[in-house]
Write a protein of this length. Sequence first.
Lengths: 303, 333
Amino acid sequence: MTKSSIKIQGFVFKGLTIAASMVIVAMLAVIIGNVVINGYGKLSWEFFTKAPEQGMTAGGIFPAIFGTVALVLLMTIAVVPLGVLTAVYLHEYAKPDSKIARLVRVAVGNLAGVPSIVFGLFGLGFFIHFIGGGIDRVLLSGEVAWGQPAIIWAALTLAVLTLPVVIVSTEEALRGVPKEYREASYALGGTKWQTIRKIVLPYSVPGILTGSILAVSRGAGEVAPIMFTGAAYFLPYLPSKLNDQFMELGYHIFVMSTQSPDVEGTKPILYGTVLVLLVLTFVLNFLAILIRSKIRAAQRRAG
Amino acid sequence: MKVETTKIPECERKKIKPYYRRRGKIKEWLVEKFILLNAFMAIGAIILIFIFVGKEALPVFTSQEVQEEANISEFFLPHRYTPDSSPDFIWQPVSQRPKYSIIPLIVGTLKATFIAMLFAIPLAVAAAVYTSEFAPGRVKEIIKPTIELLAGIPSVVLGFFALIVLASVIQDVFHFTFRLNAINAGIALGLAVIPIVYTVSEDALNAVPRQYREASLALGATTWQTAWSVALPAALPGIFAGIMLGFGRAVGETMIVLMASGNAAIISWNFGESIRTLSATIAAELGEVVFGSPHYHALFFIGALLFIITFIINLSGAVYVERLKAKLTGSRR
């Protein structure tokens, strides 16, 4: 092969990889651009504070925003302690080659790969029919109060779905705690749990925060797991009890774009809703990336 | 010499120390066990998912009543639905004679996944090669988070985009009979797969030891030759694992295909026709199904099938990654 043909091949090869990167970035830009251009005009105080009116062709999306926030809040309460403690086990208690730890890791990896619709089936079968139905049969002698789609069941289903996100981020944070901190604590007579609670966990708060934010962003965008476990097409009231149904942004988008009798009429509101959901998830992701890069920079400084 | 010592009153020493110690030890023990219990939750979740999805799918094998309509032969084998028609595969659970062939759904899933992978793999791998081998630091700092941002787009938004915008573009270009078809769903699905393949591939390329590249460059190879014949082959198992994970995601992804595929259960090799996937079938039908009916159990059977398929794909992907890491770092398990 001559030198120039090597050069040409290299030029082509490199060019193709650059082109591929550009295509991906461009597609992202097209999606975001399209949503922003078509949805921007809809954003107003009214849009955020009013309920849908006239078959979702007018009004706002307040109940969907409220439902989403309530949903991810409940989810966070359930998933963060569970995920953090699991990560503490994996990093602080388990020996590196322990069978249990490897099994937990495999389970976490697999949990992350289970299709979201299967989580929906699981939520329906386990939380609603088994747990909820069980409560109704045993405590309420058959009166249906908990054995039906509800915000608590949707939140718990999402908590199972986002568990790997919290575990992985927390473990990364724990790995970043300098060994000297632990040793200092032990040298002063601190027990293992005292060291974890007073030294390791406080130091890992930003990392745990990153994981929680990523979990919230993931949870806020998932629709398939909540379709059958609690999300409602339209509700005239806001959820006030744990066993109420709720409206949610993602589900609202799905319903408006597939089941609207008046497609053109709902389009502006639809675009507005998509923009709100997109901004919400991007801001959360951005926040998580920001905190994470701050942590990494701090770790590099600490050596 | 007299050494001065602080005197702890006899009574306090007796009272405090043993009390503190005992309490501390029990507490430590309790905390450790409690945390261990928590860690089992992740394993428990996987097992519970398997049990509770499997439990509702089981009547397909055991219940006589359910089997009259929905059974394994109905699912997988061709049936003569009317006396004078030829044997056929049809999914039509709500009709005079319910038809439960899941073959059209499997074909639909494979068609969408095929397009998605065809679209995503070259783009994602090439972009990974660019970021890890060629891109200057600052460009890398921009491209990487941008592609990862793509992973943050909720699938319902991708589905919405495919339904409202992409479908019209594809319609204008290809003039298919159906506006929502396998190509449309596949490309939207590809958008969801790209960040997965990209991230894992990029990690795999970064894990290739620097010495490999240095050796190649020292022998006079150019950067692209090094990338093509040293870095890429070394990272291939990792890239393959990324492709497997992306494949798992594509098979199980629901909202995108539900919104963008047209949802018609047709067996054909024409990618311009509508398709109905396994996941979308569950999402579309579970809401209206009667609890405990054959249709209900058939949908859970599909769910169990999806769970098992993705479980196997992910497990083998994870094993692959672990082996690669062991190989590249030279450690042995």
